[in-house]
Design a protein around this ligand. Structure first.
Ligand SMILES: [Zn+2]
Ligand SMILES: [Zn+2]
Length: 155
């Protein structure tokens, strides 16, 4: 079974109809790896779905997020990013406010924080939604360029 077929089956299992847009966009996110903007997903997906538009891509990604197949990463200042939901690899995110680079970090870094917040405030943190913003090493050293290859637009 191809990756796309497996994902389509998961989508159906969640009670969603598998439209060509949903299938292609889901597979695009899966194959793009990492955290992609809707614009990047759109650029790739429209090669397979001529006539696709960015608004549809946004709507579809939001649906896939609700279905639990895609994770949505929102940082306020940067465009939203989407990645394939991987239950076997929960993680939090570091987002650079200068270059927009995204880095995954282990949740065990937050174990102590989670306990402290729970005991002092009676509040349970959603650790897989933690996004910390700051300056990445390259930007801090003034080199600036995103080396991850994210957001690179070629002419
Ligand atoms: Zn940076
Ligand atoms: Zn991530």
């Amino acid at each position: 079974m191809s990756c796309g077929e497996r994902l389509a089956r998961e989508l159906r299992a969640e009670g969603y109809r598998v439209t060509p847009q949903r299938a292609v966009i889901l597979e695009t996110v899966a194959h793009a790896s990492g955290h992609r903007s809707a614009q990047e997903v759109f650029e790739r997906a429209r090669q397979r779905l001529p006539g696709l538009n960015l608004a549809t891509v946004y709507r579809t990604l939001e649906t896939l997020d609700r279905a639990g197949l895609v994770d949505l990463l929102s940082t306020g200042s940067q465009p939203m990013r989407f990645s394939l939901h991987d239950p076997s690899r929960p993680h939090a995110h570091l987002v650079c406010r200068s270059c927009g680079g995204v880095c995954d970090i282990d949740l065990d870094l937050f174990t102590a924080l989670t306990h402290t917040v729970a005991s002092r405030h009676g509040f349970t943190l959603d650790r897989d939604h933690i996004v910390l913003t700051g300056l990445c090493e390259a930007c801090r050293k003034g080199r600036g360029a995103a080396t991850e290859g994210e957001g690179g637009v070629r002419g």
